[in-house]
Design a protein around this ligand. Structure first.
Ligand code: 2IT
Length: 447
């Protein structure tokens, strides 16, 4: 595979789509060798087909704010790859959302979903709507206006969105309400992350964070280590960081930092259950400030403006917020402070420079598409329960989630172990996901 040529062709075709090109480049680097061992892939032009989304929808979303002013945002749904099942992936509401960001996320989602062992294709969507500072009524009106367009695109067997950054249970509820009104279809399978009284799955809210910690447990176990008593630094304070903090405590680890766009909260004695509960209020307030934690718990959390979680001394770092939130300089600082394991819980949380620094230092590093796959996997379990018109118990869902994370870890080890014994989890995840999607595309012919 000529990675350079493929990349320069893509750059010419999609100039300026930075995040998308970054995500594609990483996968091409990982799969290049195995691709060349399978001439049937090149013959069918699998890679040239796989890097392009099946289709991209763009639409206008117009709504009225609390002052009575008319607002217009852009809405998107990227149906990236449907080879192994209906499109599946979250909706992101964030002011920086654009086609490049959603294409990168849809591309990553395709491989992630393949890793879950469940039959789900890759998709992603969202809007440049900025939830920061918005009232609950504004959130509702925006979600309803967004669904006025989205409902024609999605469906339980075609495309099943869920939450992502800026979209949680509340937003899914408002969108679902509008969907049933428009489609007059009360089948609960069209969105996941639903409420517990209308088709949601137990453990789905916690699943991304819980799954990440299960993955970390397997990774540590394989390296002969244990999470008990270890210090963890987390970025963000949203749904993902919340679930990760809950499970960390349960497993005997100590969360010593969380962060936000405004700075970092350091907690030398570790986060407490009350503080973890408060993270939910912080998210719901739409203030987007981690400083609120230090204001609420003055003796326990110390806020420093303008600093990242990576400035706090830790054993294990968990990026839980946004793409490229940990860069080469951050990686150097983490390594200098003795950090020996990094697991991306956000999608593409580390820059290529940061990943290289971790891998050169031979510390444990695992990528988002493996670590955070528990979220979408549990969405898949929600779809299964919806299709069967039943609800599983917490124990049943958690057991399935555990098994899935175990099998993802195994797949990474199988495809990522190098001659010297070092496990390159990035290669492992990319190759395992790629092989499954490539095989499906090959068997379905040239379409
Ligand atoms: O990035 C992700 O995997 C998600 N935001 C969850 C997607 C889903 O469909 O549950």
């Amino acid at each position: 595979m000529d990675v350079k040529k493929l990349m320069s062709d893509l750059e010419a075709k999609h100039p300026g789509e930075k995040e998308y090109l970054q995500a594609v480049h990483e996968v091409l680097e990982s799969v290049s060798e195995i691709y060349d061992q399978h001439p049937e892939f090149a013959k069918a032009k699998i890679i040239e087909r796989m890097v392009e989304p099946d289709r991209v929808f763009t639409f206008r979303v117009t709504w009225v704010d609390d002052k009575g002013e008319v607002q217009t945002n852009l809405g998107y749904r990227v149906q990236f790859n449907g080879a192994i099942g209906p499109y599946k992936g979250g909706l992101r509401f964030h002011k920086a959302v654009n086609v490049s960001m959603l294409k990168f996320l849809g591309f990553e989602q395709t491989f992630k979903n393949a890793l879950t062992t469940l039959p789900m294709g890759g998709g992603k969507g969202g809007s440049d709507f900025d939830p920061v500072g918005k009232s609950d009524a504004e959130i509702m009106r925006f979600c309803q206006a967004f669904m006025l367009e989205l409902w024609r695109i999605v469906g339980k067997d075609t495309d099943v969105p869920a939450g992502d950054v800026g979209v949680g249970g509340r937003e899914i509820g408002y969108m679902y309400g509008m969907y049933t009104k428009l489609a007059r279809e009360y089948n609960v399978g069209v969105l996941t992350g639903k409420g517990m009284t209308w088709g949601g799955s137990k453990i789905r809210p916690e699943a991304t964070g819980f799954g990440a910690l299960y993955f970390v447990q397997h990774m540590l176990e394989k390296a002969g280590k244990d999470i008990k008593g270890k210090k963890l630094a987390l970025s963000g304070f949203g749904n993902v960081a919340w679930g990760a903090a809950l499970k960390t405590l349960e497993l005997g680890g100590k969360v010593v930092a969380i962060s936000g766009p405004d700075g970092v909260c350091e907690m030398p004695d570790g986060i407490t259950p009350e503080m973890i509960d408060y993270m939910l209020e912080m998210r719901a307030s739409n203030r987007n400030k981690v400083e609120d934690m230090a204001t609420k718990f003055p003796g326990k959390a110390k806020f420093t403006a303008g600093k990242k979680a990576w400035s706090v001394k830790c054993d294990i770092a968990l990026p839980c917020a946004f793409q490229n939130e940990c860069n080469g300089d951050d990686a150097k600082e983490l390594l200098k402070n003795g950090c020996w394991a990094v697991a991306e819980v956000s999608n593409m949380g580390c820059t290529p420079e940061a990943i290289k620094a971790f891998q050169d230092a031979k510390i444990l590093f695992a990528p988002g598409k493996a670590v955070n796959a528990g979220g979408v996997a549990t969405s898949g379990l929600e779809m299964t329960q919806n299709a069967m018109h039943i609800s599983w118990t917490e124990e049943e869902v958690d057991k399935n989630l555990h098994q899935i994370m175990h099998s993802i870890h195994e797949a990474c080890v199988k495809f990522g172990t190098k001659k010297d014994g070092y496990i390159n989890y990035v290669d492992g995840a990319n190759i395992a996901g790629f092989m499954k999607v490539a095989q499906a595309m090959l068997e379905q012919g040239t379409i």
